[in-house]
Design a protein around this ligand. Structure first.
Ligand code: PEP
Ligand code: MG
Length: 752
């Protein structure tokens, strides 16, 4: 073939022109088919075809052809180990064959009509090292393509790669829509029964958090913007993020730092911004430049298993959506959740904080457990959460009105006026917190005068206000991990000192139980690489295991606690202790810190009380020995139930097996209480069981007198305790302890 016959520069310019005409996913097929037509005609080839590579199925799929059977578009598929086309992508190099049908790699597809074309040239379509697809030209004449043709085709495919990548974004958006359509056909959703993750009522419009990388831009493409508009959108985005950061700092001082930092940093990152600016300067429309750059970044993250980087991919999506929104003047996606109910498949604790700071009103999750830390945190943020394993919720259209009754776990989609009215009535009947607190007593006694201590579980410093309001007698559990979760690196001793000082200042003179770091499980630190590699994180490097493995971090925390608690009634508590050895090792570290601080001359707490949580089945046989070492016990029923019954507390699919009233659990709690009494050690219950009214009688009956609970439940639990006679409770507990069947216990306790 006479390569010199062709004006190759013109072809490249034509393809470039064609790319610019490409506007949305609907024109993708059109675009590809025009491209193959143009290339075939220009290269004087009998055939030109484009195969696109699917990351999901790892197959090449015929998407456009000029010269082969067009009826097979979409149906001819091969993996990269098949055929000469596959080989081009597998080896990331052009494959030029003079006599293709003789090549052992030639793959015959019936009806495609390829066999008559002997000259074959395949060039991979690549964006960097990312596989996009393969362009193939063929001719019936043998030995037809020459070296120069390879170069031309390579220039064309590199032009095509960007446009096809953008098309993929749009197609994934279309897939979302397709999926929505299919789901919609399953019938209109009116009511869903879920479980309460965090209580409250909300009636608001819904917004669905889609998982795909797609960015909504249909309206955007019809608008014209300049590079100045783009810069303005960047500035607006930066101001919005800084405002949100300031607001959250005012309300959530302990955990505020850095929530939006990653996004703010990206806006200031010249590589990220210049990638967009360069494209705009080359004539790409600003909205398309944003999407292309977002796509490039996300693609890179997709191929990495690392959790930290995966987290950053969410930041990329969020920041690009924000810039796009600011550019085109309306919300481009689901992230504007202010005043709305967010529906998501799953969220991390960090996500909950972020959406809370963006003023979401309620959250509906498709997965997760009610004792998961996402829910625990949400209740601290007074953010109602319902967990409902109903995939059709993801198909709800944005702005659909949803009523969440997160007191009992009911969801109403587009509720009728009657339902709305009945909820307004129900809300009126609920006493205001002012009314309730006026009934609250400073101290809690049973009906026959036994004193019971109600302490607060504190997750965020903001909980202290509620704890004081509801007259908590102190803090029975301060979960120190949340300030660790939201940061981008381990907080220093000094940073922790500031947070802990605020804690002690928040309830001066009251007892303060501060639990050492309990990360891992569902509280993954994005900056700690080892967590991302764990297959079974609840059984992994969690909690005190982490602290003992990383003694430098552990010691920093202990020193910060000791320095912050000068003169305070402080109790240091280790989570997830499984053996005497672990407890002794952890306690020794505290004692070492005491000696270290003493020689440094710093002011610190010299004599902290040191205790442990009961969360692991392994401690049940060594309780008496542990009582010799530990100053107190606190029963963390959330984990205790999880580990005793081997039921993941965050897995919605086994939620019906997560049974706190299992006889083994109830008897084990009694055993802990008995051993504590025998050794004169304080014992409390600090898991979610402590705020469930139905268990109060039983727990009082076996001798529990200290409950640590989310402070908003204090009024309800105080009232329940005030109605109990200890004698009745003891008889009740005795009867339950004699039962061996869950069904009998359920009936007796009143579990439906
Ligand atoms: C528990 O496990 O019951 C507990 C109180 O700790 P956390 O919920 O933080 O794991
Ligand atoms: Mg626990």
């Amino acid at each position: 073939m006479q390569n010199s016959d062709k004006d190759n520069i013109k072809l490249i310019c034509d393809i470039s022109e064609l790319s610019n005409l490409f506007t949305d996913s609907n024109s993708l097929e059109n675009f590809l088919s025009k491209t193959v037509e143009m290339v075939a005609s220009h290269m004087k080839a009998d055939v030109c075809s484009i195969y696109l590579y699917s990351d999901g199925t790892q197959e090449l799929i015929l998407k456009a052809t000029m010269g082969l059977n067009q009826g097979l578009i979409g149906n001819v598929k091969m993996n990269v180990d098949e055929g000469l086309t596959g080989l081009a992508l597998k080896e990331l190099r052009p494959i030029c064959e003079r006599n293709a049908s003789r090549n052992p790699n030639f793959k015959y597809f019936p009806d495609l009509g390829e066999e008559i074309y002997e000259s074959f040239l395949a060039v991979p379509i690549l964006r960097g090292t990312n596989k996009v697809g393969v362009m193939v030209i063929q001719n019936s004449e043998k030995n037809y393509f020459k070296e120069g043709d390879v170069t031309v085709l390579q220039a064309i495919t590199s032009q095509l790669a960007n446009t096809i990548e953008m098309a993929r974004f749009l197609l994934s958006l279309d897939e979302d829509r397709q999926q929505k359509k299919v789901i919609k056909e399953e019938g209109d959703l009116k009511f869903v029964k879920g479980r309460v993750g965090s209580p409250g009522f909300v009636f608001a419009e819904a917004v669905v958090l889609l998982e795909s990388n797609s960015l909504w831009l249909n309206q955007a493409v019809v608008q014209e913007h300049t590079v100045d508009d783009f810069y303005k959108a960047l500035k607006d985005s930066e101001h919005q993020l800084e405002d949100m950061q300031t607001q959250i700092e005012e309300t959530l001082a302990d955990i505020a730092s850095f929530i939006f930092n990653a996004q703010i940093l990206m806006l200031k990152d010249s590589i990220f911004v210049n990638a967009m600016v360069d494209k705009i300067k080359k004539g790409i429309k600003p909205h398309a430049a944003i999407i292309e750059v977002a796509g490039n970044y996300l693609k890179k993250f997709d191929n990495i298993a690392d959790e930290y980087l995966k987290d950053r991919s969410q930041d990329v999506k969020d920041i690009c959506r924000r810039i796009l929104s600011n550019l085109i003047g309306f919300d481009v996606n689901a992230t504007n959740c202010e005043g709305r109910i967010l529906i998501a498949k799953e969220l991390s604790a960090g996500d909950v904080l972020k959406y809370s700071s963006e003023k979401v009103k309620g959250i509906i999750l498709l997965s997760g457990g009610v004792t998961s830390h996402v829910c625990i945190l949400a209740s601290s943020l007074q953010l109602p959460v319902i967990i409902a394993d109903e995939p059709r919720l993801m198909s709800i259209r944005n702005n659909t009105r949803v009523l969440m009754d997160a007191e009992i776990g009911n969801l109403y989609i587009n509720p009728t006026d009657d339902i709305i009215e009945s909820f307004r009535e129900k809300q009126k009947l609920l006493k205001t917190s002012a009314e309730i607190s006026s009934e609250l007593k400073e101290k809690t006694f049973t009906a026959d005068g036994s004193q019971v201590h109600l302490l607060a579980n504190i997750n965020l410093l903001g909980d202290l206000k509620i704890a004081k309001h509801y007259k908590a007698e102190g803090v029975g559990l301060y979960r120190t991990e949340f300030p660790f979760i939201v940061r981008k690196d381990f907080p220093s001793e000094e940073e922790q000192l500031v947070v802990y000082k605020k804690l002690f200042e928040g309830m001066p003179g009251k007892e303060m139980t501060i639990r050492t770091l309990d990360i891992g499980g569902d509280k993954v630190l994005s900056y700690f690489q080892e967590h991302s590699r764990e297959k079974n994180p609840f059984m992994g490097m969690r909690s005190v295991r982490f602290s003992l493995r990383h003694k430098d971090i552990f010691a920093q925390q202990i020193r910060a606690i000791l320095r912050a608690s000068v003169g305070a009634d402080v109790k240091i508590m280790f989570p997830m202790i499984s053996s005497v050895d672990e407890f002794v090792e952890a306690k020794q570290l505290v004692l070492n810190c005491v000696s270290e601080l003493r020689s440094s001359g710093a002011e610190f707490q010299v004599n902290p009380t040191i205790g442990m949580m009961i969360e692991m089945p392994s401690v049940m046989e060594i309780l008496e020995e542990l009582a010799n070492y530990s100053d107190f016990f606190s029963i963390g029923t959330n984990d205790f139930v999880q580990y005793m019954l081997a039921v993941d507390r965050t897995n919605e699919r086994v939620a019906d097996m997560y049974l706190s009233h299992h006889p083994s659990i109830l008897r084990a709690i009694k055993k802990v209480v008995d051993v504590s009494a025998k050794y004169g050690k304080e014992v409390s219950v600090c898991g979610e069981m402590a705020h469930e009214e139905k268990y109060i009688r039983y727990l009082l009956g076996i001798g529990v007198r200290r409950f640590s609970l989310s402070p908003s439940y204090i009024p309800k639990i105080q009232r329940a305790i005030m109605n109990v006679q200890i004698k009745d409770a003891e008889a009740f507990a005795k009867e339950i302890l004699s039962m061996d069947k869950l069904t009998d216990i359920s009936k007796k306790i009143g579990i439906s």
